[in-house]
Design a protein. Sequence first.
Length: 279
Amino acid sequence: MNRDDQSRDEVGVRPGAAAFDAISGRYDTLFSPAVNPLIPMVRDRVYRALERHVAPGGTLLEVGCGTGEDTLALVARGYRVVAADPAPGMIAEARAKLTQAGKAAAVQFIVGGVEDLARGWAARGLSVDGVFSNLAPLNCVLSLDPVRLLLEQALVPGGRFVGVVLPRWCPLEVALSLARRDPRTALRRFRRHPVADVEGRRFPMRYYGAADFDRALGGGFRRVETRSLGLCLPPLSYGPAFGRVPGLLPTLGALEDRLSGLPGLRRMGDHILLAYARA
Ligand SMILES: C[S@@+](CC[C@H](N)C(=O)[O-])C[C@H]1O[C@@H](n2cnc3c(N)ncnc32)[C@H](O)[C@@H]1O
């Protein structure tokens, strides 16, 4: 079967993909810079990191591209992009966005999650300079084995994987949740079987740290960057509230830029960015 033609029914059995599929038409409103000024701050930091690892002009496989917000930014920076997501609605939004911008020809779209990509990659006969995944698509999988399988097949020797995931330790989330007398949220990342809640649709997920990726990727990959995203900046859900206080987010952002790469701090935050080089 051509993965591009994968049906909505087939994807429906995967609760993570189905949850995001259901909100695909509203995702850009929920995550728009106008509603949440923290989102562009985080995306900018991710793009700067990505450019440290894969030079513009290279080919990227974007895993969990969502509505194509990053896809468009990456194409504008000169990357060639293969953009994949298991939610058909997300791919439809991404395709429409790139088409409207006159950039659809620079992108190959695939309906498929990391597991599908790992399983079907050999048949594509394609190698990429970088594999990129932003804002936690990989937290939707309960094992990182498909990530290793995909990277081994897709990346050229020396190629880079840059992933942004939700780790277990987020000191600000704990502090802010406890201040709101919400211990459930404060402790949610430490649950044995954590559950994601996307607008009321719940599905099992995992929080992953640098050590989890080191173990899963094995000796064929070397971690070359570890950086916190959301150490001094608050968790993304607090963006609208913090954004209402003049000057607060830029101040926290400046502090974050000084501290986010420090040993001991760089493994914690709302998200972390991990970069690996393929041997
Ligand atoms: C929080 S959104 C992030 C989307 C996009 N990267 C962004 O920065 O806006 C998570 C995305 O992961 C996708 N996803 C869910 N399960 C996945 C899987 N198994 N493999 C890859 N992506 C997955 C969802 O469909 C959704 O588009």
